[in-house]
Design a protein around this ligand. Structure first.
Ligand code: NAD
Ligand code: MG
Length: 404
């Protein structure tokens, strides 16, 4: 059965680790830097990347003085280089997709934090896996698209994929330490992912038709990027996480459950055959799973507030409603269908969430667009990166046509 790609004891020899942070200016990027800031003796930043946020990246370069900084656009990169030289920094500024791969695979790099949002992270993260790096994976979309390829490459190339997504990190902490992906031997009955339910948890179908992007990005418990905030509101985030859990832990779809837990204190649970549940709890702060994955198997300070157990009046768990939130059901179906279905689901969802954020699609329209895009294609094997990329780009084209 599956070799435990993430459970080998990591070769942490106490030497400073060099980090490439893909997506440094985003929400996960900022939380990662907040942890790194506390441990300058353990970690040094090798590269920071951003897409278009040049000024934010300049400020991060000023503070962390990386060897490399990467932007998307050549002119932006030239401007940043000039600005850094003017303040006496030698950071080399690169641009474009190849540069992301270059900094994710450089021989000096020990650890790559994959915190780009969406399919844009596929190539550099896959390249980092192929280069045998330790990967802190937040960018769940890449596992949804090409999870089987990632896991195979990780085994072949000696890469370690450590989950940063809070639910998967909680499951990682709650599984037996010697878990090998062998379900029969492990005594695990079920993985239970918790979901806050998002800002629209209690709305009726009629009310959901009228919600705005501004409301969707006001998440009750977590402060996140816009795309994942919309995904949380539609429960597509939980659907993507069900697929992510299947990929990471070799879990059969019917053994991955979801419960709505509005307090976001229990970050997920593992149910064992004998009736025991083991869970990981904490305040909702991404610095906790990031610090855990960074230092694993050691424990370091994350900077998060401590959970005051006595302040918790109650913790509630209810089943999700897939009639009001069909995206979760669509994700389960795509997982069971397999092949390119999850990549198509993800691509259509990326188009749909952007359209919703730009007021070009209603909130219920997200699930409709995903379902219609999925229904437009025959599903084929996702056994090469080319097949996955092609499914992704055709699904985007189709979703855009359906939107028009
Ligand atoms: P974000 O939008 O705040 O940040 C995204 C980062 O990616 C930015 O640095 C941006 O410059 C970069 N980026 C965007 N498009 C890019 C492109 N085309 N090419 C290269 N870089 C690009 O997003 P986030 O909330 O930090 O989420 C990042 C990933 O982590 C997502 O996959 C999300 O699902 C996952 N995640 C986030 C959280 C959270 O709390 N924010 C929790 C769990 C998982
Ligand atoms: Mg999550």
């Amino acid at each position: 059965m599956a070799d435990p790609f993430f459970l080998h004891v990591y070769w942490d020899d106490g030497v400073t680790q060099k980090i490439t942070l893909l997506g440094a200016t985003g929400s996960i990027g900022q939380s990662t830097l907040a942890v790194l800031r506390q441990h300058p003796d353990r970690y040094r930043v090798f590269a920071l990347t951003a897409h278009r946020q040049k000024d934010k990246l300049r400020e991060l370069c000023r503070e962390f003085v990386p060897d490399y900084a990467v932007l998307d656009d050549a002119a932006d990169a030239a401007a940043l280089r000039a600005e850094l030289r003017a303040i006496g920094l030698k950071t080399e500024v690169l641009h474009g997709a190849e540069a992301l791969i270059q900094v994710a695979t450089a021989p000096e790099v020990d650890c790559v934090v994959a915190a780009i949002v969406g399919a844009a992270g596929l190539s550099p993260t896959y390249a980092a896996v192929k280069a045998g790096k330790k990967i802190l994976l937040a960018n769940k979309e890449v596992l949804v698209m090409a999870g089987a390829l990632f896991i195979r490459a990780a085994k072949e190339c000696g890469a370690k994929i450590l989950p940063v997504d809070s639910e998967h990190n909680a499951i990682f902490q709650s599984l037996p330490p010697d878990f090998s992906g062998d379900w029969a031997a492990s005594g695990v009955r079920q993985l239970v992912l918790t979901a806050s339910g998002g800002p629209f948890r209690d709305l009726s179908i009629e009310e959901l038709a009228k919600v705005t992007p501004e409301q969707a990005i006001q998440h009750p418990n977590w402060n996140m990027g816009k795309k994942i905030s919309v995904d949380s509101a539609s429960l597509m985030n939980k659907g993507l996480e069900v697929i992510e859990a299947h990929r990471l832990f070799n879990a059969p779809p019917e053994q991955i459950g979801v419960v709505i837990h509005p307090q976001s204190i229990v970050h997920s649970l593992v149910e064992y055959r004998d009736g025991s549940f083991i869970a990981q709890l904490g305040v909702p702060d991404m610095r906790i799973p990031i610090a855990h994955a960074l230092a694993w198997p050691e424990r370091i300070e994350s900077g998060a507030a401590r959970l005051d157990l006595c302040s918790l009046s109650h913790l509630s768990f209810t089943p999700p409603d897939t009639a009001r939130f069909p995206c979760l059901g669509l994700a389960y179906e795509a997982l069971k269908t397999g092949g390119t279905a999850p990549a198509i689901l993800n691509a259509a969802n990326e188009i749909a969430t952007s359209a919703f954020l730009e007021h070009r699609l209603s909130f219920p329209g997200i699930a409709h667009l995903v379902a219609n895009t999925l229904a437009s294609f025959p599903i084929i094997a996702a056994d090469t990166l080319e097949a996955v990329r092609e499914a992704d780009s055709k699904a985007r084209e189709k979703a855009l046509r359906l939107l028009a």
